[in-house]
Design a protein around this ligand. Structure first.
Ligand code: ADP
Ligand code: ASP
Ligand code: MG
Length: 415
């Protein structure tokens, strides 16, 4: 069981979480509970770390390389508090429980501080305690390196911790409790017409997450898919015993009716970079994108088109908004070598995507999308597709309008 920040936002909520956990305890069933920091706590800690050490990387949630190990020491503390509070609340209910800090298990990761990846989880001591009937309360978001230094897994990383622990202890399921009662056809904050999905395939959830639906972290879905951990997303704002079916994230073979489009996702965290009048010869693209890779710019959509001048082309691509300054710097520094006329950066763009495994065997899916957007007068600036998704780049001010129009166009609206 994993509980996110809002679900453990104050002591009253932590006591409710304790009641939910107590209710799930049954003879013959062991429980591990992964918790986030109380809502707002990690932000507060990030701010403190930045005040003390500066923010050399200028990336949200990521401190400068030389500082990252101590940044992790600071920001990981929020979760430790929650493990203690929940263990106390469980014991108050008469449920045997104890907190496990990561070094006590241990959960080991690589040494890429502030965005580490879990390597191994030693389930021996932990498993023995769970088998003996004690609820194990574990902080999400963190691990220790081979040298026993504390790491964090990147913002939102508790989802990943939960799936990793579930895989390590061979759990029957990983239940992610949050402030919505499941995965919806689109962010319920955007439209009241969004519907809870009963089931969603790993592949679809992976696309939804990486295209902006932050209900589950992309990395956690990757891990669940690779390790075949069944995941359920459900509400923590219920009393124990209330109906709470949630959404099951599972293999696509378990989904009988494959929807053409299961969901609509959006991301405003995008920037569009246009290199205009680039010399048109073999090797130019390799040169441009090689420089961007060196600058750690994560490129997403790419569009190449004929420029007005003979022998020149335009190269347009998108990247996360926070990468835009680095892209600008890398490209400006190499204007002569690359040979382009102009560089423009637009940060007021958004990516809207439709996702569905049924798309593989259906024609006309793209047409429906483009027609729906045209119907609202929304201009498409770039397009990217895969087997199970279509993404478009649009002016950010039309994000909500576009999401709602697509939600209706694909028949997803709740009746
Ligand atoms: P937690 O703190 O529990 O990890 P998050 O804030 O990370 O919770 O994720 C839950 C939020 O994800 C919801 O409040 C909702 O606004 C948002 N969200 C975005 N897209 C979706 C979606 N398709 N289905 C459900 N929730 C979504
Ligand atoms: N507390 C961490 C964060 O706010 C991790 C998490 O909640 O998943 O990013
Ligand atoms: Mg989350």
């Amino acid at each position: 069981m994993k509980f996110g920040g809002t679900s453990v936002g104050d002591v009253e909520r932590i006591r409710r979480v304790a009641r939910i956990v107590a209710h799930e305890r049954k003879p013959g069933r062991g429980l591990a509970v992964i918790v986030s920091a109380m809502a707002g706590e990690t932000d507060r800690l990030v701010k403190l770390a930045r005040e003390a050490g500066g923010d050399t990387h200028n990336r949200p949630g990521i401190a400068g390389k030389n500082f990252d190990d101590e940044y992790d020491v600071v920001v990981s503390t929020g979760e430790q508090v929650t493990t203690g509070l929940l263990s106390l609340a469980l014991r108050q209910l008469g449920v045997p429980a104890r907190s496990w800090q990561n070094w006590q298990i241990p959960i080991r990761s690589d040494a890429s501080h502030s965005r580490a990846r879990v390597d191994t989880i030693d389930s021996e001591k932990l498993g023995a305690a769970i088998d003996a009937g004690e609820v194990a309360v574990i902080p999400g978001f963190q691990a220790v390196t081979a040298d026993d230094r504390i790491t964090t897994l990147g913002r939102g990383g508790s989802d990943t911790s939960a799936v990793a622990v579930a895989a390590a202890i061979k759990a029957e399921r990983c239940d992610i409790y949050t402030d919505v009662d499941g995965v919806y056809t689109t962010d319920p904050r955007i439209t009241q017409r969004a519907r809870r999905l009963e089931k969603i395939a790993y592949e679809e959830m992976l696309e939804m997450a990486s295209l902006g639906a932050k209900v589950l972290l992309t990395r956690s879905v990757e891990l669940a898919m690779a390790q075949r951990v069944p995941v359920r997303v459900l509400s923590s704002f219920v009393e124990p015993g209330d109906p709470n079916p949630g959404t099951i994230v599972c293999g696509e073979e378990e989904i009988v009716e494959k929807q053409v489009v299961s969901g609509v996702a959006y991301s405003r965290d995008e920037a569009k970079v246009s290199l205009l009048g680039v010399e048109d010869h073999p090797g130019v693209a390799a040169d441009i994108f090689g420089r961007l890779a060196d600058a750690e710019v994560n490129v997403d959509m790419i569009v190449q088109s004929q420029a007005r001048h003979e022998g020149r082309q335009n190269m347009v691509f998108t990247c996360p908004d926070r990468d835009a300054p680095r892209a600008k710097q890398a490209l400006e520094a190499a204007q002569k070598e690359i040979g382009y006329e102009d560089l423009q950066i637009h940060r007021d763009v958004a990516k809207v995507s439709v996702i569905g495994i049924g798309m593989r065997s259906q024609v006309g899916v793209a047409k429906t999308m483009f027609a729906a957007l045209a119907g609202k007068g929304i201009n498409i600036q770039a397009i990217a597709t895969s087997e199970i998704k279509i993404s478009v780049l649009i002016d950010a001010q039309y994000t909500e309008l576009a999401v709602r129009a697509l939600h209706t166009a694909y028949g997803l609206d709740a009746v």
